[in-house]
Structure formats: C-alpha cells, structure tokens
Design a protein around this ligand. Structure first.
Ligand code: NAG
Ligand code: NAG
Length: 339
C-alpha cells in the first residue's frame, strides 16, 4: 500500500496519437493530448499546473477517480445490514465523492507500468474499515490502457475484504475538446443514450423519481448543442441519466458522443455502468489552471459514468451494495476521432 506521506508521481502513456499524463494522486488524468481534424494537438482536459496545487485542495475534482461512493449521499446517512452509518459531511448537508479525504485525495500505489504501443498502468489503493465512515475494508484497482491508437480504456475494480459495503466509483475528468483553455463548452454538441433521468431536490440529491427526458431540456437523445437549453435548467446540467438505449459493444453500452465543431474533435464514451452524471462545470469559478488559463463556469464538461446517486437510500435504484466474495467492476472506453 502506498505511503500517504510520499510525494505523488507522474506517469505518461503515449502511443504516438494519444498522450496521457497520469498521477497516482487520486488516479488523476493531469493532461490528455489528441489531434484535431488538421492534426493540430491540444490538451483537452482541465487541470492544475503542479501536483502541489492538487494536494493543497485547489482542484474541483479535476480528472480524478472519486470514491468510495461517487456523488451525493443524502445527509451522509444510510443503513446496511441493520446498522446505521454516518459519513463525513463534506458538502453540507450531504456527503460528496467519498468525504473529506476521498479516493481522489489518496496516493495510490503504481504497478504494471508499461510504455509504448499498448501503454498501461495500474493504480492500487486499500481503503480501511471505517474510512470516512464507510463500513469494511476494500481493495481497489484502476487500470488505464491505451488499447488502440485512438482509444483509452479504464478498468476499475473493488473487492470488499470481509464486510458488505457500498461502492460506486466515477472518473471525474472535465473535457473541453476545443482545448482546456479554449473557453466554455456551450458550443459542444452532445448525444446521450438515455431516455430517462433522475430529477433532484434543492440539494442536488435525486428525489427517487425516474422521469422521461422527452419534451424537456434534459433530452439529448438526438445530438444537440449543450448551450441550446441550458438556461432552462438552473445553474446548468448536474444530473444522473439512465443509460437505457445505447448500442452495445463487447459488453459496454454507448453512453455519449461529444463533438466540438471548430476542432472537429469527437469523443465517444462507452461503459457498463447503469448511469452517467452529466455535469457542465456549473460551480467552476476563476480557477487558475494549466498554463495559467483561468477556468470559469462551464469551462469543461464531465461524463461520470456510475451507479445512481444516493442509490443506497433509494430502493428503486440499482443497488450499489457489494457483498464479501463479490466484486465491483466498472469499465469506461474513451474513443477519440475527428469529423
Ligand atoms: C499491442 O496490442 C496489439 C493488439 O493486441 C498487438 O498486435 C501488438 O503486438 C501489441 N504491441 C506491443 C508493442 O506489445
Ligand atoms: C459554434 O459552432 C458553430 C459551428 O461550427 C460556429 O459557426 C460558431 O462560430 C461557434 N460559436 C462559438 C461561440 O464558438
């Protein structure tokens, strides 16, 4: 297990087309460079200029893996096997993304670092029984692999040691396919393979309803510009979509297709998760990022595939409980192309 007092490190996966810089601090994607339609390279993820700045807590979850449970748990409370648990309330009144020191703030142990054509790295972390209030110890691994010249894959696994627990990991990259410093993402178009979404209360926790997107500003079943109806949804999109209508490919469902018109860059995302939190960077404000770029509201968009938020308190949502002897498994496939 990684010593939490050590310095975080950087690792590069580079196959000549995709160049990804990763850190074992939170399994974070620090930068990801891909060509546009004219072959021009740009870094298409938001991030900070040094690992120290991440450790000082200045990153609004840029690029990291969040857990043990992503998203909000209402009032940080739940009951499992007859016992009530209270989690760290780091975003009052709720617990968000694993608490004060979630998986994004931990140093993971790096292993199996392979460079070249099929570059890959595995990060490991052991979360102790009671960490941030969660029951039971869990061993977690996350492997990033460049599986083809234009594809990156992320495989996340977690195994409870001897007690049932709740597990729901998410990758929290903020994408801007025009380049991280190119302004806001309102001119990107997106298609989401979701006929339903889960509306939220005033604290951004799902009410428990599963509602059709049809005839609402939440409908992205056909390609649509993100900015076209964002003003009808308050601060912007920060909602869980139910992935119920995507094509399947080797066990993964089509989640989203994102396109930036001037660069022609396209990102297709595939996953086996039941939902995706579509977040339009609503709370980003004056963050000094890489190369001193200043990121404002909507500077990036997140597509956090995951189980439904607050699922542990919503019996009608797919369960996020993992029993001892069981395994949590979550894959994401990021395909880059140009149009
Ligand atoms: C990378 O993977 C491909 C497909 O599995 C294989 O054909 C190729 O030999 C691998 N390259 C290296 C350098 O291992
Ligand atoms: C948005 O994209 C369209 C289509 O490529 C383009 O004509 C327009 O200038 C873009 N607007 C902004 C604000 O970038």
């Amino acid at each position: 297990m990684a010593d939490q007092t050590q310095k975080p490190e950087l690792f590069e996966l580079n196959n000549g087309t995709i160049q990804v810089l990763l850190s074992n601090l939170g399994c974070t994607i620090i930068s990801l460079v891909v060509p546009d339609k004219d072959g021009k390279l740009a870094d298409v993820v938001l991030g900070l200029d040094s690992l120290d700045l991440y450790q000082e807590g200045l990153s609004p979850y840029f690029g990291c893996i969040v857990g043990r449970v992503a998203n909000r748990i209402k009032d940080g409370k739940f009951t499992l096997d007859g016992q009530e648990y209270s989690l760290s309330i780091n975003r009052p009144p709720n617990s968000l993304h694993g608490g004060h020191q979630g998986f994004d703030k931990k140093l993971w142990e790096a292993s199996n670092y392979i460079r070249g054509e099929n570059a890959s790295i595995t990060f490991k972390y052991r979360s102790a029984d009671g960490e941030e209030g969660y029951p039971g110890a869990v061993s977690v691994t996350a492997t990033y692999t460049l599986t083809s010249s234009t594809t990156m894959r992320l495989d996340m696994e977690a195994i409870p040691e001897n007690k049932a627990t709740i597990i729901n990991l998410a990758q929290h990259t903020y994408w801007n396919l025009g380049g991280h410093s190119s302004g806001n993402i309102l001119n990107h178009s997106i298609q989401l393979w979701a006929n339903h979404f889960t509306p939220v209360d005033e604290n951004t926790v799902p009410t428990g309803e599963i509602v059709p997107v049809k005839d609402t500003p939440f409908d992205f079943t056909a390609e649509k510009t993100i900015g076209s109806s964002i003003n009808e949804v308050g601060m912007g999109y920060d909602h869980n979509y139910v992935l119920d209508c995507g094509d399947e490919k080797s066990g993964l469902k089509h989640v989203a297709k994102v396109k930036e018109p001037s660069s022609g860059r396209v990102l297709d995302l595939w996953s086996n998760a039941p939902g995706v939190q579509f977040y339009t960077g609503n709370y980003v404000k004056d963050v000094v990022g890489k190369e001193r770029a200043v990121y404002g509201k909507h500077a990036g968009l997140c597509l956090e595939t995951q189980g439904f938020p607050n699922a542990v308190n919503q019996p009608n949502f797919p369960s996020v409980v993992v029993q001892p002897g069981g395994k949590y498994q979550h894959t994401m496939l990021f395909e880059f192309s140009v149009e």
